[in-house]
Ligand binder design. Structure first.
Ligand code: DGJ
Length: 552
């Protein structure tokens, strides 16, 4: 046997043994967690996945516009459109003002009609709890909360003016919110505890302080003058090596003081004020989540409005679950399973790169619906993402043929392969536009160079926007890959060995039906530039399977 073949065998064995180990591990976890099928997060290798009814589930989702779910009639014609776009999950707001119109009186109409419509259309739901805060403001709080400022005090700016944000220092409001959320989860459990149509819940929406970095109401001022909570100090001490650079930097200004007021420990700055607010927002949200989980322990998460370049705390919704505040949110809100970014900025990739951690799977609950679904291919493969969700999904035209429909149709086919592959180091995602025109991926025995298709026959056109393209590579064997996506060209080179060049042994386009590969055209000639590359044309989403060989 040549050295090359020995190497190949070795890699296959390693992959098979790793696969077997993961299978055993997954089976053991399933046994230890009981097989009730309740949606939960489970580990597979380095990934955390959402399991529903005992199976991994990739959320090909979309979020409804804010007011749509308040009227079942308005929604009635929209559900079919969602299925035409091949969604399997829809993110649906639940409005505190409608759920508890009078204190202690609950009305579940809009919740129930969303659940039954979703079931009829074969969709899963992620409910979004629009409770005390929605995009910083307390606009979804019921009137009995809004109009009783004595019982539910407002946050205030430094000149003493009230803003339409209930202060997170109000324990009355925290309890009222937690009670309502607990009732919601109890209700979901009673009507959906067996079907599992509802797979996760977002607690509050885009929490954040604005227009100043911190709240200046009397309760907030007292807390700010008091000591940094000992639980936070203990977490910081314990995990000092892994703290985010921002928090470490602030703490360094005091020479890593082990205790003291917020300003004594973190310095006198808007950043320190933001850290203080993050702790209190997170504690409040944690109490709400805990009340919900006591009734029905679905996975729960929070979402963040991201920061515009150059903005300072107070100019953006500050103190939300942002990457530079991870340590604080994680320490304060242990009932929250993960923190998520809402991505409306063009630098999708940069934000996605900042969220996944061992203790934080990536989910993108909101993304501008004009952005390319190539994003989803990227995050599922590169970051083992749980899901992807364009905003105001029901407002998109041409649901049968729009780019969400075309991208999701392909991702639906790939779902079993993706979920099988997550966390095993055998996948990579690529995303290319004018800021990144080439990426290299190292998988199996090859380096794959992925370029924007504009780099070839179309050429870069000055003044013409470079559309975002991208996709995923999944290694089936050290010399065999599934490549899926849009607008990319892939060339290959061996990583090592005496054979210095790689060629395409065969390339097929095709589809996956119930997880099984159905080859279509054998691609060669012009379609592979006479064997030089694999090309997934832009404007469409496709899958190709390619086997390589080496020569010298
Ligand atoms: C982000 C929010 O989370 C959504 O509810 C919605 O308000 C969008 N922004 C609007 O662009």
């Amino acid at each position: 046997m040549t050295r090359k073949k020995t190497l190949t065998m070795k890699s296959i064995n390693v992959v098979m043994i790793a696969g077997l180990f993961i299978l055993l591990e997954t089976a053991a976890t399933a046994r230890s967690q009981g097989d009730d099928g309740i949606p939960r997060l489970r580990k597979q290798g380095t990934a955390q996945q959402l399991f529903v009814n005992g199976q991994p589930f990739l959320m090909l989702a979309g979020e409804l516009g804010n007011s749509s779910a308040s009227d079942p009639e308005y929604m009635r014609p929209k559900w079919t459109a969602l299925t035409k776009m091949h969604l399997n999950t829809v993110l649906v707001p639940v409005y505190w003002e409608l759920l508890e119109p009078a204190e202690g009186t609950f009305a579940f109409g809009h919740v129930d009609s969303a659940m039954s419509a979703a079931r009829r259309h074969g969709l899963k739901i992620v409910f979004l709890w629009f409770g005390t805060w929605k995009n910083s403001m307390s606009c979804y709080a019921p009137q009995w909360v809004k109009t009783d400022q004595k019982r539910f005090p407002r946050a205030r700016t430094s000149d003493g003016s009230a803003v339409e944000i209930v202060t997170p220092f109000s324990s009355e409001c925290m309890q009222a919110d937690a009670r309502a959320f607990g009732r919601l989860m109890k209700h979901i459990h009673s009507v959906d505890g067996k079907d599992h149509t509802v797979v996760m819940v977002q607690v509050e929406n885009e929490i954040g302080m604005i227009p100043e970095a911190r709240d200046h109401c009397p309760l907030a001022n007292d807390a700010f003058a008091g000591p940094v909570p000992s639980e936070l100090m203990a977490t910081l001490q314990k995990g000092r090596e892994s703290l985010t650079p921002e928090l470490l930097g602030m703490w360094r200004t005091s020479g890593f003081r082990p205790s003291g007021s917020w300003e004594e420990v973190f310095g006198k700055s808007a950043q320190a004020e933001e850290a203080f607010m993050a702790w209190h927002f997170a504690r409040y949200t944690n109490a709400v989540a805990a009340a919900g989980k006591r009734e029905y322990p679905l996975p729960m998460f929070v979402n963040a409005a991201l920061v515009r370049p150059g903005y300072k705390p107070g100019q953006y919704p500050s103190a939300g679950p942002l990457p530079h505040l991870f340590d604080i949110w994680k320490a304060a809100a242990q009932e929250i399973d993960f923190l998520s970014p809402d991505i409306y900025f063009a630098n999708f990739k940069e934000w996605c790169d900042r969220y996944p951690r061992a203790d934080n799977p990536l989910f993108v609950p909101e993304v501008a619906n004009s952005q390319s679904v190539a994003n989803a291919f990227y995050i599922f493969a590169q970051h083992n993402a749980l899901g992807y969700s364009p905003f105001a999904i029901e407002s998109l035209d041409d649901p049968e043929h729009n780019q969400v429909a075309r991208g999701y149709a392909v991702l639906r086919q790939l779902e079993p392969l993706i979920t099988r592959s997550q966390g095993k180091g055998i996948m990579a995602g690529v995303l290319l536009d004018s800021t990144a025109q080439v990426e290299r991926v190292r998988l199996g025995e090859y380096i794959l160079t992925v370029k924007h298709e504009f780099s070839w026959q179309y050429g870069w056109r000055p003044g013409v926007d470079t559309p975002r393209v991208g996709g995923m590579v999944i290694m089936l064997a050290p010399d065999e890959f599934v490549i899926a996506g849009t607008g990319i060209l892939v060339t290959f080179a061996p990583i090592a060995g005496e054979y210095t060049r790689a060629g395409i042994a065969r390339a097929d386009e095709g589809t996956f039906e119930k997880g099984e590969w159905k080859p279509g055209r054998r691609l060669n000639g012009d379609q592979t530039h006479q064997g030089r590359h694999v090309h997934l044309p832009g404007g469409a989403y496709g899958i190709q399977k390619v086997k390589l060989y080496t020569y010298r």
